[in-house]
Each structure stands twice: as C-alpha cells, then as structure tokens.
Ligand binder design. Structure first.
Ligand code: DC
Length: 225
C-alpha cells in the first residue's frame, strides 16, 4: 500500500505550503482537497444550481471533472475544472464565502472522499484538508493536525490575498475566517476535528522549513518501525 501523510487543520494554518513542500521533499504527490471543494463550488455557481437543494448540488458536483496538473518545473500546481485552469478563480473571496455550505452537504462529501481515496492507487501522497486523518485516510502512515492562533492565520491569509493583488481588511477577514472555522468544525458530516492519533503542531513562531522538517522526522520515525 502506498504511503499517505494526512495534514488537517483550520484555514490559514499553513497546511497548503507545508503539505506541498513536504510532498516535494519526499517525492510524493500533493493533493489539496480544499481546492477540490472550491472547484466544485465554482461549478455550482456557474451552473446556477440552487445551493439550498442538497440533491441538486450533489448531482451537479458528480457531473464535473476536477483534476490537478503540474508546471514543467514541478513548482506550481494548477487546478482544472472540466479541463479549464481555475487556480486563481477558486481563491476569490466570493468562492471562499460560498464553499462552506457546499462542503457541508453529505452527498458532496461522500463523492469527494471517494475520489480522494482512489488517489492512493496512483502513488504515495501528502493530502491536506479537514477530514483526511478522520474520514478519508483513517489508516494514514502519519496524521498531522496543524494549527496557529487566529490572528496569525488571518495575517497569513491577508498576505496571500495581497500577493494576488487583493487588499482585505484584517477585522473583516478575521470575522469571515472565524465564521468559516465555526461552520467547518460544527457541521454534521466530517467536521474539522483532530484524529485521536494525530500529532498537533502549532506553527506560531515556526518557519515553514521547521514545520516540514518536523513532519519528515515524524514520518521517518513512524515508517522505520
Ligand atoms: O483549505 P481551504 O480554505 O481551501 O478549504 C476550502 C473549504 O473547503 C473550507 O471551508 C473547508 C472545506 N474543506 C472541507 O470541508 N474538507 C476538506 N477535506 C478540505 C476543505
């Protein structure tokens, strides 16, 4: 069975960067499951599917094709929706606001978890999200729960937006992020939750390299046995 490292945690905890670099150092594939939910949400919006109709949303999500591609130098990962590059569009503030209700729908989650489970057949991977260690890969070789304080997470998200040319107000972002954390952690299906056997890393005051080093050390310790 191919190795899997599961990294879960709230928005802005640094999961994306950490998971991507960990995968690169180990030569594993990297899968951002939040991007899958975001791409599905973009599809729902484009199709004008009624977001309050769970059966219609689930049926629409099952119709769209979501895939990833890598740039030639393997540094950039692109998210494709029905073959179209939507990497930037899925990070827009309006998709960010719409995504939590879409991923609260049981049918959407079951379908996505199926796709995510199948990914292991293609090789070892680092997968990041909210329910990877609890639902998708309860048998992962290593489970990490990555956190940081809310202010630190908001600062990181604000910086990410700025790099994409979008100015966001700190307090507004903090309110949106807290709201999304609340929906993600209290929803009925696959809420954001630390798996009992996950290792918690609080990344406040740690560099990305330090977090990645720690994960790789833990992975080597676990798999050496
Ligand atoms: O990590 P992110 O901000 O790109 O995630 C987008 C949304 O998707 C967020 O509201 C949480 C949700 N999500 C989820 O419910 N389950 C996952 N495995 C990954 C993300």
């Amino acid at each position: 069975m191919n190795h899997v490292i599961a990294i879960d945690g709230p928005a802005g905890s640094g999961k994306g960067t950490v998971a991507r670099l960990t995968a690169k150092r180990l030569g594993f594939r990297y899968i951002d499951t939040g991007a899958m939910y975001r791409a599905a949400t973009l599809y729902i919006r484009r199709q004008k599917t009624d977001i309050n109709n769970p059966a219609a949303v689930t049926a629409a999500v099952q119709q769209c094709s979501i895939s990833f591609s890598l740039s030639e130098d393997m540094q950039e990962q692109y998210v494709l929706l029905n073959g179209e590059d939507v990497t930037e569009e899925i990070r827009s503030p309006d998709i960010t606001c719409l995504v939590a209700p879409v991923c609260s729908i049981a049918g959407v989650r079951t379908y996505m978890a199926g796709l995510q489970k199948a990914a292991r057949d293609m090789g070892p991977l680092v997968m990041e999200g909210r329910d990877i260690g609890t639902v998708v890969y309860p048998d992962a070789d290593l489970k990490i729960f990555l956190t940081a304080t809310i202010d630190e997470r908001v600062r990181r998200r604000q910086k990410q937006y700025k790099e994409n040319g979008i100015e966001m107000d700190f307090q507004q972002l903090k309110q949106d992020m807290s709201q999304r954390d609340m929906i993600d952690s209290t929803r009925e299906h696959s809420p954001l939750k630390k798996a009992p056997d996950a290792v918690t890393i609080n990344s406040d005051g740690m560099s990305v390299e330090q977090v990645v080093d720690r994960i790789i050390t833990l992975f080597r310790e676990k798999t050496a046995k």
